[in-house]
Design a protein around this ligand. Structure first.
Ligand SMILES: Cc1cc2nc3c(=O)[nH]c(=O)nc-3n(C[C@H](O)[C@H](O)[C@H](O)COP(=O)(O)OP(=O)(O)OC[C@H]3O[C@@H](n4cnc5c(N)ncnc54)[C@H](O)[C@@H]3O)c2cc1C
Length: 311
């Protein structure tokens, strides 16, 4: 069975950074990524990135290119289209699937850099909408949504920012939230509430998304019993419910907090001394960023290097 000293799961900024540092420190390391390209959430960033020291890029794809170029030039070992299906922490092996082929890889130390994913509504019609490619960015898809009726679901910064951005392009914007309290920043909320082009609907749940070839309407339910159920005609739905850490793989195997994040110490070691977590998998969304993910990759690689040297 193949063995590596360090196995990294996830090829976003955290995993890429950890792999570069492992390479620099002479550690035998392999990174596995389930998608066809490295980069993780960088592919979802359509705004300019202005907060990564020394690399200001016009969007996430440009940053992905720079990071992957650096990673490849360093000769880091990696495999894409390779999903880790199972971790056996007792035998220190993982089961992976690459296309149709399954294999096992044995590790000394495991780094979880599995990141986070957008939360879903979990209602009928949602997955079909995503599968049809009806997924929009408020900052990049203004032209695509010009003159359309758009529903944005959520109560955080991204929902409010999206509603504000689209209000100058779309014909109508509905901001729909299941409670009357918003997580979004005060100034974002004020900007939206005072915008006559945005209709804010609170205490309202979306229970279904309708449409065969494209979205045509959504089903709403009033939480304060104002009405039982009603159909709202819309052309597009943007789901902005925040993110959840990708921790299914490790559930019950290391300590996790109530919000699902993997609990780590100051060197990002989990409750299992051979398993580390970095990036969005262990960082609350309020503090997550590309730079902190990269920084955590550095800490872990340096810590593991010290352990391997001692051994
Ligand atoms: C719209 C948007 C805008 C943002 N803007 C900024 C910004 O301007 N500045 C900033 O600093 N941050 C920004 N962020 C946040 C930043 O992108 C994240 O904090 C960062 O990408 C986290 O990196 P990560 O490596 O931990 O996880 P991710 O980037 O989520 O990467 C995790 C990787 O792990 C892979 N993976 C998961 N499970 C498995 C498995 N079982 N097997 C194999 N591979 C697996 C995934 O496919 C993914 O590629 C933004 C995020 C979004 C969504």
């Amino acid at each position: 069975m193949r063995h590596v000293d360090v196995l990294i799961i996830g090829g976003g900024p955290a995993g890429i950074s950890a792999a570069i540092w492992c390479k620099r420190l002479g550690i035998d390391c392999l990174l596995l990524e389930e998608q066809s390209q490295l980069g993780g959430q960088l592919f979802n960033i359509f705004n300019e990135i202005i907060d990564y020291p020394g690399m200001r890029t016009k969007n996430g794809i440009e940053m992905q290119r720079e990071m992957v170029k650096h990673f490849v030039e360093m000769d880091c070992l990696y495999e894409v289209n390779t999903k880790v299906l199972f971790i056996d922490e007792r035998s220190k092996t993982v089961k992976v699937k690459k296309q149709a082929k399954k294999q096992e890889i044995c590790y000394t130390y495991l780094i979880l850099a599995t990141g986070s994913s957008q939360r879903k509504l979990g209602v009928p019609g949602e997955q079909q909408m995503i599968d049809r490619g009806e997924v929009y960015s408020a900052s990049a898809d203004g032209e695509r949504l010009k003159g359309k009726t758009v529903a944005i679901i959520g109560g955080g910064d991204r929902a409010f920012e999206g509603a504000h951005l689209l209000s100058s392009k779309a014909r109508e914007v509905y901001l729909i939230h299941r409670s009357t309290r918003f997580k979004a920043r005060e100034q974002y909320v004020e900007r939206v509430i005072s915008n006559p082009g945005i209709k804010v609907m609170t205490d309202t749940e979306v229970t279904a998304i309708h449409g065969d070839r494209h979205v045509t309407s959504i089903e709403l339910e009033s939480k304060n019993k104002e009405y039982k159920s009603k159909n709202l005609l819309v052309d597009a739905v943007l789901i902005r419910l925040g993110v959840a850490p990708n921790v299914e793989l490790i559930k019950g195997k290391v300590a996790t907090a109530q919000n699902g994040l993997i609990v780590t110490d100051e060197v990002h070691q989990s409750s299992n001394p051979f398993i580390y977590a970095i990036g969005d998998a262990c960082t609350t969304p309020l503090f997550s960023s590309i730079s902190s993910s990269a920084g955590q990759g550095t800490i872990v690689a340096k810590h593991i290097s010290s352990l391997l040297t001692e051994a």
